[in-house]
Write a protein that binds this ligand. Structure first.
Ligand code: DC
Length: 229
């Protein structure tokens, strides 16, 4: 039997990973998992419970993780999945400023990463799977049939993210968005546990000057060339 197809998408913050991942998943009828949303949901739980992740023991972190169930529920009107934390829709809240600041630290913690990686590896991939994050091609699915590493000009990324946040009514300035992206990129590439790295066999997709449709066409062509679709 053929192995299910797994597409791993990694890259810097706000490079449009989830946009292309969702479009591909829709087109190919594959499952899609936004692993950043998982780290964001965990961060939100810690913030709400006022738990200081910096001083908790490994055991305490693990016990806390036992209290957390993260699920993705398809929202038909938005034609995309939303993140649920213990049954509550937190899709909007996890994109806010507080969580965006905390997630960079929370996602550096080894016990949290191991739990998330385990969950990500156990997702049902029988009908094909697209997963995006920072360590998917290097750690979660090192044998993924296609690995993309996404990049884009930092100024363009910040502007895109700012527009998205504004469109959902978030109170934030372009400078704050730029600072947050810069510090998350720094933390993601410099942390000890599974830092953001381009896998040796990953293909770079720089979308600074490509719109969504052009990116989709580019990836579909790549999949055809590789005989995966
Ligand atoms: O993709 P995102 O920006 O929503 O991710 C939020 C944070 O989670 C990001 O700053 C780094 C972290 N992350 C990670 O460490 N590993 C992943 N596989 C996905 C996200």
């Amino acid at each position: 039997m053929n192995e299910p197809i797994i597409i791993a998408i990694d890259g810097y913050s706000s490079c449009g990973k989830s946009t292309i991942a969702k479009a591909l998943a829709n087109r190919l009828n594959f499952a899609y998992v936004d692993t950043g949303a998982m780290y964001r949901a965990v961060s939100l739980y810690f913030l709400r419970e006022k738990l200081n992740w910096e001083i908790l023991s490994v055991k305490e972190i693990e016990n806390t993780l036992d209290q957390i169930a993260i699920t993705f529920v398809y929202n038909e009107s938005k034609n995309s999945s939303e993140t649920y934390l213990n049954g509550e829709n937190v899709e909007d809240e996890i994109r806010g400023k507080k969580v965006s600041q905390a997630v960079s630290e929370v996602s550096q913690i080894k016990a949290i990463r191991s739990r998330m990686v385990g969950l990500q590896q156990s997702v049902d991939n029988r009908s094909g799977l697209i997963m995006d994050g920072r360590d998917i091609g290097t750690k979660v699915f090192p044998k993924a049939q296609l690995k993309l590493f996404m990049d884009a000009d930092p100024k363009i990324r910040a502007q895109r993210r700012f527009n998205e946040l504004k469109a959902t009514g978030k109170e934030i300035t372009l400078e704050e968005v730029e600072e947050n992206l810069e510090s998350r990129d720094y933390n993601d590439t410099n942390r000890k546990e599974n830092p953001l790295r381009q896998a040796e066999d990953a293909i770079v997709l720089d979308n600074s000057n490509l719109d969504q449709e052009e990116q989709l066409i580019w990836v579909l062509k790549l999949l055809k060339e590789k005989g995966l679709i």
